[in-house]
Design a protein around this ligand. Structure first.
Ligand SMILES: *[C@@H]1O[C@H](CO)[C@@H](O)[C@H](O)[C@H]1NC(C)=O
Ligand SMILES: *[C@@H]1O[C@H](CO)[C@@H](O)[C@H](O)[C@H]1NC(C)=O
Length: 359
């Protein structure tokens, strides 16, 4: 590229132009519109690049769109527009790993991995480089870094995205404490959910979740949320809270799982059918209806986000039988709203069925 060290044009404040350059060598011609061969190269001594993002977390939901705001400015202000590189990355646990989301140089954008085709920059006002994510997925939650790279300067800031959702404890067919970490993760994923993070479990506890069985979380710890302290659940005299067993061995130790699901694309409904059905009949009946037997995560999502309410027990995809009550009333279980479970009755027992349809 350019080998010449261009004459420095200082754009700081009321130009008290420094004749020479006393910092780094900088030969990247950023704005070449002077026509005389001298690019506008900015002397950065004393100019600071500042990148701003909101401090509070943003909330999205599965299937929705979200904008992660990010702007930058220079202190003191500079007049000439600069050619920048913008990079959005997602940070992983403990901020050690990064995953590229989008890189933009001028009008050229590129997105990566699972974000391909789902992200773009929003630049509605000068100096805005917000990231729009479409069709949010469960695994999109987390911290995103907005990085502005201006040759010499490279500044960044963080935005946190959370998903509105529902955390539920999960026990498999063969009973309590049967899942190692990997099985627990699969159990959640096979039911249209993912393993919950600590933040998600904590938020669920704040909203009243009380569950006296320990379950795996995404960070490899085993915990459980208690709102009403009692003897078998960490002691009567302890404060309410999320009880923590700490990190456990991911292969050897077995617990339940906490799963997380967010809003639902499509709908869950109780199939009106003249007969009660065995599990196999139930699965077929949904297919006959142009649908599929609903998954546990889908039933929870429909209850939480769409107030699905039905006082009839029905089969679900994992072989469990449950029913969702959004408006508690006599003869429909406890006085709180919730998804009631009959556990895993034998597959020949007869019940109704909940089906799921994409649209
Ligand atoms: C700068 O602009 C001049 C004239 O428009 C052009 O001849 C030259 O190649 C440009 N230099 C760079 C580095 O783009
Ligand atoms: C998300 O954005 C896309 C593209 O702009 C749009 O087609 C879609 O309807 C939006 N979805 C929601 C839930 O607003």
């Amino acid at each position: 590229m350019q080998t010449r060290i261009a004459v420095v044009l200082l754009l700081v404040g009321a130009c008290h132009c420094l004749p020479f350059y006393n910092g780094f060598y900088y030969d990247h011609i950023l704005n070449n519109k002077s026509g005389n061969g001298n690019g506008d190269v900015i002397q950065f001594n004393g100019v600071k690049l500042v990148v701003s993002t909101p401090e509070d977390s943003l909330f999205g939901y599965r299937g929705g769109n979200i904008t992660l705001p990010c702007t930058y400015h220079y202190e003191p202000e500079i007049q000439t527009p600069r050619r920048l590189r913008i990079k959005w990355v997602k940070l992983h646990k403990d901020n050690t790993k990064e995953q590229d989301v989008l890189v933009a140089i001028g009008l050229r954008h590129r997105s990566f991995g699972e974000y391909k085709g789902r992200v773009h920059l929003r630049q509605n006002k000068p100096n805005e480089v917000s990231l729009v994510i479409n069709d949010l997925r469960l695994e999109d939650y987390g911290k995103y870094k907005c990085e502005v790279i201006d040759g010499l300067e490279d500044e960044s800031n963080i935005v946190e995205l959370e998903l509105r959702g529902i955390v539920y404890p999960y026990q498999p067919q063969h009973g309590r404490y049967q899942l190692n970490f990997h099985d627990a993760k699969k159990a959640c994923e096979s039911q249209d959910a993912m393993m919950a993070s600590f933040e998600q479990l904590f938020r669920a506890w704040e909203e009243g979740l009380d569950w006296c069985n320990a379950g795996w979380l995404m960070d490899g710890t085993v915990q459980y949320p208690i709102t009403l302290p009692r003897e078998p659940c960490g002691g009567k005299d302890t404060a309410p809270g999320v009880r923590n067993y700490g990190e456990r061995h991911k292969h050897l130790h077995k617990y339940d799982a906490f799963c997380f699901s967010s809003a639902l694309k499509g709908r869950v409904y109780y199939l009106e059918h003249p007969d009660q059905l065995t599990f196999t009949e139930a699965r077929d009946a949904c297919i006959q209806d142009g649908a599929q037997i609903a998954k546990v995560g889908q039933l929870y999502a429909a209850w939480k986000f769409l107030d699905l309410d039905r006082c009839d027990a029905g089969w679900l995809d994992d072989g469990s039988v449950r029913y969702p009550i959004a408006f508690p009333r006599p003869n429909c279980g406890p006085p709180e709203s919730g998804v009631r479970s009959f556990g895993f009755p034998g597959k020949r027992t007869k019940f109704g069925v909940y089906c799921y349809k994409m649209s």
